[in-house]
Write a protein that binds this ligand. Structure first.
Ligand code: ZN
Length: 327
């Protein structure tokens, strides 16, 4: 089928000479067009760092955007905001205080399948792949694949099929992406909107972090062929979806910040200097304790290599849920 004719070559050729291009969806690109939209007032209240998205790319993917992970300043801003939200929340008497141990949260999911036409190459993946993706999310976040059980489960509410060549591929940071999300997004802060389609720049996916005020850009974008049974070789077991939902629940990459500083803000994911690709067992890029967490969902390894969240990540997600997404 027509999935990136040059991709396999690029992927294979890129193994030895991979350029680590983590993408930055800049706030400027995403926010500027919002002036024309009715939700501008809400978005004007969103902290700049909160509008940064995080992207996942394939091995050897070559992107035209800035290589990135969040800058230390962006991480500081996000962490300060989270602390402020939690402090304000702690003063409220009408809310449960802090994360609830073993809380069970079922997240409603709306899946938008963006298609160019009715062909598989044009994005028309079967419902069975979407259902399998939801199953993968439930397995991943429940610890069934070998990691820590988190508080989260996922329930598919709706598959919304949209044929619109103007939104295909979904181009990260484009006005078309904004138009698509503004038109299609459903539910409140606690509703997970997943947009599936062909993606720009050889991307596997990207996601927004939680924000104080609901932003129409909120959600997760995933390459449709990365769903279980898809054609994205080595990335077709649904773990891109898990990775992006991890961001949506406030997780950073395990390689955030490299070897120094607070890294990903989680104490039980050993620091690593850079993203890991494929499945480099035993990789150890930092002098600090522990080998690189290449099996963590928030690294960049093959789907067959990643299978876990940690207890620290589970706690971080639950804290963020209570701060930002809980009703
Ligand atoms: Zn990511």
């Amino acid at each position: 089928m027509g999935l990136r004719p040059n991709l396999l070559t690029r992927r294979v050729a890129g193994v030895a000479t991979t350029t680590l291009a983590l993408l930055l969806s800049t706030a400027a690109i995403g926010v500027a067009p919002a002036a024309a939209h009715a939700d501008h007032a809400d978005e004007a209240c969103v902290e700049p760092a909160d509008t940064h998205a995080h992207s996942k790319i394939k091995v050897g993917g070559i992107a035209k955007h800035e290589p990135n992970e969040l800058t230390p300043q962006q991480v500081r801003e996000r962490e300060a905001d989270l602390a402020a939200v939690l402090a304000a929340r702690a003063k409220r008497t009408d809310l449960k205080q802090g994360p609830v141990a073993n809380a069970s949260i079922t997240i409603p999911v709306v899946v938008h399948v963006i298609q160019r036409d009715s062909t598989r190459a044009g994005g028309n993946i079967p419902d069975s792949m979407v259902n399998s993706q939801i199953s993968v999310l439930n397995q991943s976040f429940s610890g069934a694949t070998g990691g820590t059980a988190t508080a989260f489960a996922f329930q598919l509410q709706k598959i919304n099929r949209v044929t619109n060549p103007a939104w295909y591929p979904i181009v990260q940071g484009s006005s078309a992406e904004r138009s698509m999300k503004t038109s299609l997004r459903e539910g409140g802060k606690g509703t997970l909107n997943i947009y599936l389609g062909e993606l720009s720049d050889d991307l596997l996916g990207w996601a927004t972090f939680p924000t104080r005020r609901l932003n129409s850009m909120d959600g997760v974008v995933v390459l449709s062929e990365s769903l279980p049974g898809g054609t994205a070789t080595n990335y077709n077991q649904g773990d891109t979806g898990t990775h992006e939902v991890g961001h949506w629940l406030n997780l950073y990459h395990t390689f955030q910040g490299g070897c120094s500083g607070s890294g990903d803000g989680v104490s039980d994911t050993p620091a690593e200097a850079s993203p890991a690709f494929e499945c480099p067992t035993g990789r150890d890029t930092c002098a600090t304790a522990g080998v690189d967490p290449i099996t963590n969902f928030m690294d960049y390894t093959y789907d067959s290599c990643m299978y876990q969240f940690t207890a620290g990540q589970a706690s971080r997600m639950l804290t963020a849920w209570n701060a930002y997404r809980a009703a």
